[in-house]
Design a protein around this ligand. Structure first.
Ligand code: 5AD
Length: 372
């Protein structure tokens, strides 16, 4: 083994042992092209994943319920200024129908994802979450609906939501400023994440890999932030340009770097719930398998109605099995079995929230607003 590889191997071992590295070490590991060492890194990531979650793959039914958005994020295909997007919003009845179909197929987590859509006020969302909670008491409800006030997050939690996905997008303030319009603030994003955690949600943060202007130092800050914040879930996927956005001419992130970072995050937070994301599957037909073999343990198949799926285009060419969800699911089951994994019917909570502890806490009314 040459000298560079030896020092990278040392860093991987160090990360495995200590679950952290210094900023300089992060940068060396991120910059080091490690084709020979990737398998070493991936096998270590799998070892950790197996320790906590065995060979189980958790599935989450993704329901993209609105593509209206008041924000203008420069990378996102459903940004407000994109006049080429056909806007849609599902009704509560449509959403419950998606859940029912998903439940029958074995899904026990529903992820409601949407743009920041003014139609979905707190009252409407609370009614929706409460209805899902009532109809599907044994399921986890995950929200992914952007920045809201702490009071709003609290109401949704009290109505029955268990988890919340809000990617931090980048932990570098200046980089955040380049990817977002001036009315969005890095501090507010971080505030939202802290609020969600304090309320008692299982929280997911995350970032795009290879987003415009991202440097190894930015990624190092993302990793240091993730280590500090200790989210229950981390969503990362490659940046994929969308032609109707100001960043449409930038190159996409790579599958290689995404898998490397999945493995690194697995070593950083060994018991995190880590999805192999749709963006990864969009860049590579075997992206999902590659993500699993790099330490991921979650997949989020789409439960949205087919005509909604194509309109929810955050980026171009988004992988969306055009056919029935049932076919997509059995295809996924086979593909996971082929690499030694098994799709599981379970809520798939984080280890520190056994059997949906949030739900139990809620029942007892034990909210301490001062907990961090
Ligand atoms: N490429 C990849 N991911 C994107 N997202 C938004 N636009 C893109 C894009 N062009 C991601 C963001 C957001 C999540 C819902 O989708 O990280 O948080």
């Amino acid at each position: 083994m040459n000298e560079t590889n030896l020092s990278l191997k040392y860093l991987i071992d160090q990360l495995h042992k200590e679950q952290t590295l210094t900023k300089e070490e992060w940068i060396t590991l991120i910059e080091g092209r490690t084709p020979e060492l990737s398998e070493y890194l991936f096998s270590m990531a799998r070892e950790e994943r197996h320790r906590y979650y065995g060979h189980d793959v958790y599935v989450r039914g993704l329901i993209e319920f609105t593509n209206y958005c008041k924000n203008d994020c420069l990378y996102c295909g459903i940004r407000k200024s994109n006049g080429n997007t056909h806007r849609y919003r599902l009704s509560e009845a449509d959403i419950l129908k998606c859940c029912k179909e998903g439940y029958e197929l074995g899904f026990r987590t529903f992820v409601l994802q949407g743009g920041e859509d003014g139609y979905w006020t707190d009252d409407r969302l609370v009614a929706l979450v409460a209805a899902i909670r009532r109809h599907f008491p044994d399921c986890a409800i995950t929200l992914s609906i952007g920045e809201r006030s702490r009071a709003s997050y609290q109401r949704l939690f009290d109505a029955g939501a268990d988890r919340y996905l809000l990617r931090h997008e980048t932990a570098t303030k200046a980089h955040y400023g380049r990817l977002h319009p001036p009315e969005l603030s890095f501090e507010r994003r971080m505030r939202c994440l802290a609020d969600l955690k304090a309320i008692g949600y299982q929280v997911g943060c995350g970032f795009m890999v290879g987003s415009p202007w991202q440097t190894p130092a930015d990624i190092a800050r993302d990793l240091a932030f993730i280590r500090r914040f200790e989210p229950e879930m981390v969503g990362i996927g490659p940046f994929i340009p969308h032609r109707d956005t100001p960043l449409g001419a930038f190159p996409a992130g790579t599958v290689e770097m995404t898998c490397k970072l999945l493995a690194i995050i697995r070593l950083l937070l060994p018991d995190a719930l880590l999805p192999a994301t749709t963006a990864l599957a969009t860049l590579d037909p075997r992206g999902c398998e590659k993500g699993m073999l790099a330490g991921a343990n979650v997949v989020m198949p789409n439960l949205s109605p087919p005509d909604a799926r194509e309109k929810y285009a955050l980026y171009e060419g988004k992988a969306s099995a055009a056919g029935e969800t049932a076919d997509a699911l059995s295809d996924l089951q086979k593909r996971m079995e082929n690499i030694g994994y098994r799709v599981t019917i379970a809520r798939g909570d984080h280890r520190s929230f056994p059997d949906g502890e949030a739900a139990l806490t809620r029942k007892k009314g034990e909210h301490d607003p001062c907990t961090t």
